[in-house]
Design a binder for this molecule. Structure first.
Ligand code: GAL
Length: 994
């Protein structure tokens, strides 16, 4: 079949769509009530006899040179490949994955996008690795075209009915054809595009052709920080339009509270394809109400009032079924009764203040880009629930509608965001101007189009508690127009962080990203220098950048959030790492695919690894977002805080377990967002592992395990030290006359019989930089303390004692390091003192590293049972842990410092025959055990680089905290250590044959 291909709509600034149907609610129609009620949300769009999902294998032809796409395409003459729809062509062997954050992939020259010519030079004010303004000359970059073809049959009966085709996501735009004729055009990648196929369809075989381009005018509004993918990346649905078909539904509910009695009113406005009777039945939780009316002009309104219902919240996701039936169809809407509104400085759900424990969520898969299967979407929502996350901001576009259905069902609040970001407008031209497009009225229709399609598609979901106008597009008249449009149709508050960059500053709620704790506090107090933030609620729409190890310091934000009514909470950036998984199991990130510009591993910044394995970040967040918080106030007294909005304290059980075996269980009585103080004493005793000799536990601890009473599910574990570290018994430390056989003190340090010796760099003051140690301004404070020249100043040895003084010389610092070794009954007591002779600033760490060969693989330690640093340690509890060396570091996609263990009392390494133990003397130490040296680690870029070269044990007086400096405030002062202070590390080394 031959097609005259349209080659102008995609690059015509005056065209946003051609013959695209007006935006409407997403739902799935069924022939009758029984079939509508019988499916799960995951199956809904696939199981209706009225809807055919066209996803599957489609014919595909990729045109790397757009000029080669014929003006008249003869589909019979094309050699077709086959690809999966939905899919992204960069993940299917065409072009390659391309990751860039804030820049366009093409020259910034709005509204022009590259057409058939090779893409010319690209100017940018920023570049990789701190490179400033520059011009790049990319090669072989074109506005690639992918042509998709799908054949489908219609029976004689079907061909007499109308059909609407629904594309849930196509990047960047879609020219649609059927049976040789042009159907229409649409752009707006993450917005639904629907067309009426009726005029072009026929009985028998139909040929559908979709021409998809890499970029269109709309791409100027899609400069989000993500892999820039293309293709038909969400499901394609073919819906039969029945004579009394339901076209659109708007459901509104009103909450009426009188004398603490809550009643709701509900109104459903139904738009029909034809006329006829409409019946509405509202069912659920012992309620059944029905109403019927006939639709004049294809419109019907059905209303229920005085509804005594269970309200919907993320904590209580009570849903009702609203069945809308016509002569030919039934649509089941899952309705939730909830109200979200702003009251002065407070954000209220159902009249009560809530705190949003949020994350930012992208639709992302390591094997399919933007495409996620229903099971993967469900897994993400469930992961949120399992990690005490109650809010998702759909950064930075409307998600697959299934995500919203599942958030309704499972209980997650959603801040639903428009598909909009123009970050590259800031850096694509001199002078840098944030509002270049957002304040340019010529772009208004496109902005409004995106606002309208966001609202209209998602207006039925109780989980949506706020609309968001987009991300990082600056402020201006077009954002204002979006706001007006949405507020003219919806009662929900509107959020938009970008407003902060305009005179307007904020819409219904104030919002910022990566603000410091001090700034957040000032907003909470109402004393912010940005005055518009002082009279409304405030959201951290992004905070705690979860790139690499971290995020550190997140608890400090929550201390503020729980202290001030105006602070609504925040959404961690972001839920999942973006990276590409290859068949050999390796992962790649920006720059690994031949991108001519990229932002490296800035896309690897999630709480979960790409395969959704939780990283330490997920554990930190789960801990910080726990619904019930416990604090030890002294003696047997504990202070409880109920961090929920609606769940009474007695929904939980607290089990207290003291380290000596004492146990108590408490069902707390504390209302949402209230405190209570309780006295808790052990009521019974159980056997406990306190250890013996040098391995005994020397700190009195109490661990509190919080479980949900209804399900038994554990939601949090907290621990409190009730004493300091009990000193090592004097007997073990009694001096003896000489060092044991085979033990030797050298200028480098202590050498033990059986392979333990100082590592090549025995004293470590720096660390292999974490992503959070590399600040956005290009600085890395670690760098200054990497290159060390060690000079032995003096060595003195006596009877059973020795002292070695070395000088550590760095480019900007000089330290004197004095280590004394004393032979004692239990082994050798080592004391290392560090004194700064020159330099200033912070010390990333102070530790001593020993190397053993890689047969020493068994590790036992008593300390925090997982990765922990000074500003991110509460998620891990002090326990006796037995594991292997490989378990002591984290599988970061880009290797970096990881796996620190805080509050360690001892560590034992063994090779099956012998063991060596390092024991804290007067203060717990921090522990690192790695399969490679820190110098080696510095050079590693991918997981495969982590090749084992031995067993490296580092015990440290301290490591500085992690912070979120990769995109946000760096480590706070209270988690830093000045190099001006003298520091001491003291430990006992002992060993034995097993
Ligand atoms: C924000 C932006 C996000 C992401 C993040 C850094 O400024 O809104 O999309 O780029 O920074 O990872």
């Amino acid at each position: 079949m031959r097609y005259a291909i349209d080659k102008s709509a995609y690059c015509d600034a005056a065209i946003i769509e051609e013959r695209r149907l007006p935006a409407r609610s997403y739902f799935v129609a069924f022939p009758d009530r029984a079939s509508a009620g019988a499916v799960t949300p995951e199956r809904r769009r696939y199981d209706s006899p009225l809807v055919r999902c066209l996803s599957g294998e489609w014919d595909f032809r990729f045109y790397p040179r757009p000029a080669e796409l014929p003006d008249v395409l003869d589909t019979d003459a094309v050699t077709w490949d086959r690809v999966a729809v939905p899919g992204c062509w960069q993940f299917q062997g065409y072009d390659h994955p391309f990751y860039v954050d804030e820049r366009y992939q093409f020259p910034f020259d709005p509204p022009r996008v590259p057409r058939e010519e090779p893409m010319g030079p690209v100017f940018s004010l920023i570049g990789e690795g701190g490179q400033g303004a520059h011009v790049a000359h990319p090669k072989d970059e074109y506005n690639f075209v992918g042509v998709y073809r799908r054949l489908f049959d219609l029976s004689e009966r079907e061909a007499t009915a109308g059909h609407v085709i629904t594309f849930l996501g196509v990047a960047s735009c879609l020219d649609l054809y059927l049976n040789g004729e042009r159907v229409g055009y649409s752009e707006g990648s993450h917005n639904t595009a629907e067309f009426d196929l009726s005029p072009y369809q026929r009985a028998g075989q139909n040929e559908l052709l979709a021409v998809v381009r890499r970029w269109c005018t709309g791409s100027y509004l899609e400069c989000q920080d993500m892999f820039r993918n293309n293709g038909i990346f969400r499901d394609v649905l073919l819906r039969e339009v029945t004579p009394c078909g339901i076209w659109d539904v708007k459901v509104r509910t009103w909450r009426e509270e009188r004398a603490s009695r809550v009643r709701y009113r509900l109104r459903a406005d139904v738009t029909l394809a034809g006329g006829g009777e409409v019946r509405a039945t509202l069912r659920g939780h012992d309620l059944e109400r029905a109403s019927e009316t006939s639709a004049g002009n294809g419109r019907a309104t059905l209303a229920f009032d005085e509804l005594d219902v269970l309200e919907w919240t993320a904590e209580t996701p009570n849903l009702y079924g609203l069945y809308l039936e016509t002569g030919t169809e039934c649509v089941l809407l899952r309705v939730g009764f909830r109200e979200a509104r702003v009251d002065g400085r407070r954000f209220l759900v159902n009249g009560r203040p809530v705190k949003l424990h949020g994350v930012n969520h992208h639709d992302t898969s390591p094997t399919a880009g933007y495409t996620m299967t229903p099971a993967e979407i469900e897994r993400d929502v469930r992961l949120c629930k399992e990690h005490n996350i109650d809010t998702i901001r759909t950064s930075h576009y409307p998600p697959d509608p299934l995500l919203l259905e599942l958030c309704d069902e499972l209980g997650v609040y959603v801040i639903d965001e428009a598909d909009l970001e123009t970050h590259g407008a800031l850096v694509g031209k001199f002078p840098a101007r944030q509002n270049r497009l957002t304040d340019d009225a010529r772009w208004r229709p496109r902005y409004l189009d995106r606002a309208e399609r966001l609202f209209e598609r998602d207006k039925l979901h109780p989980c949506v508690i706020m609309w968001s106008l987009g991300n990082e597009a600056g402020g201006g008249c077009n954002a204002d127009a979006m706001y007006e449009l949405i507020r003219s149709r919806s009662d929900l508050p509107v959020h938009y962080e970008g407003a902060i960059h305009s005179l307007r500053r904020a819409y219904d709620v104030g919002s910022e990203m990566y603000a410091t704790v001090e700034r957040v506090r000032s907003v909470g107090e109402g004393s912010s220098t940005t005055r518009r933030l002082n009279d409304r609620p405030y959201l951290l729409c992004e905070y705690a950048h979860a790139m690499g190890v971290g995020p550190g310091g997140i608890e400090d934000y929550w201390e503020q959030i729980y202290s001030y009514d105006a602070l609504m909470g925040g959404c961690v950036w972001e839920m999942v790492d973006h990276a590409v998984l290859h068949p050999d199991g390796s992962y790649t990130y920006g720059g690994d695919h031949g991108e001519w510009e990229h932002d490296g591993n800035f896309c690897v910044d999630g709480l979960f690894y790409p395969d959704r394995t939780p990283s330490t970040g997920a554990r930190i967040v789960r801990h910080c977002y726990r619904p019930l918080r416990v604090r030890h106030v002294g003696g047997d007294w504990f202070r409880l805080f109920n961090a929920t909005g609606f769940t009474p304290g007695d929904a939980f059980t607290l089990r207290f377990e003291w380290s000596d075996g004492g146990v108590a269980e408490v069902v707390p009585d504390v209302d949402p967002l209230r405190h209570a103080t309780v006295l808790v004493q052990p009521t019974s005793h159980e056997a406990s592992d306190e250890g013996a000799g040098l391995r005994r536990n020397r700190v009195r601890l109490v661990t509190v395990i919080t479980t949900r009473r209804a399900t038994g599910e554990e939601v949090a574990r907290e621990q409190f030290a009730l004493s300091g570290l009990e000193p090592l018994g004097e007997t073990g430390l009694a001096r003896v006359a000489r060092f044991p056989e085979g033990c030797e003190v050298t200028g480098d340090g202590l050498v033990l019989p059986g392979s333990m010796r100082p590592a090549a760099t025995p004293v470590l003051l720096s660390r292999a930089a974490t992503d959070n140690d590399r600040y956005l301004d290009g600085r890395c404070p670690m760098e200054r303390l990497y290159d060390c020249r060690r000079e032995v100043v003096s060595t003195v040895s006596g009877e059973g004692s020795a002292e070695v003084v070395t000088r550590l010389v760095y480019p900007h610092h000089r330290f004197l390091c004095t280590t004394s070794y004393e032979a004692v009954r239990a082994g050798v007591l080592v004391t290392t003192r560090l004194h700064c002779e020159r330099g200033r600033g912070d010390l990333p760490r102070f530790g001593v590293c020993y190397r053993l060969d890689d047969l020493w693989d068994d590790v036992e330690y008593l300390g925090r049972n997982g990765e922990s640093y000074r500003d991110m340690c509460e998620q891990a509890q002090i326990e006796r842990v037995r594991c292997h060396v490989a378990d002591m570091t984290e599988p970061n996609i880009r290797p970096q410092e990881s796996g620190n263990r805080m509050d360690c009392q001892y560590v034992t390494l063994s090779n099956g025959e012998r063991s060596v133990q390092l024991t804290a003397v007067d203060r717990p130490f921090e522990l690192a055990v790695k399969a490679y040296s820190d110098e080696g680690l510095r050079a590693m870029r991918h997981r495969e680089d982590e090749v084992r070269t031995g067993t490296y044990v580092t015990i440290q007086a301290f490591q500085m905290g992690i912070g979120t400096g990769s995109c946000g405030p760096a480590t706070r002062p209270e988690y830093r250590f000045s190099c001006k202070d003298d520091h001491t590390l003291r430990y006992l080394v002992s060993w034995e044959h097993m």
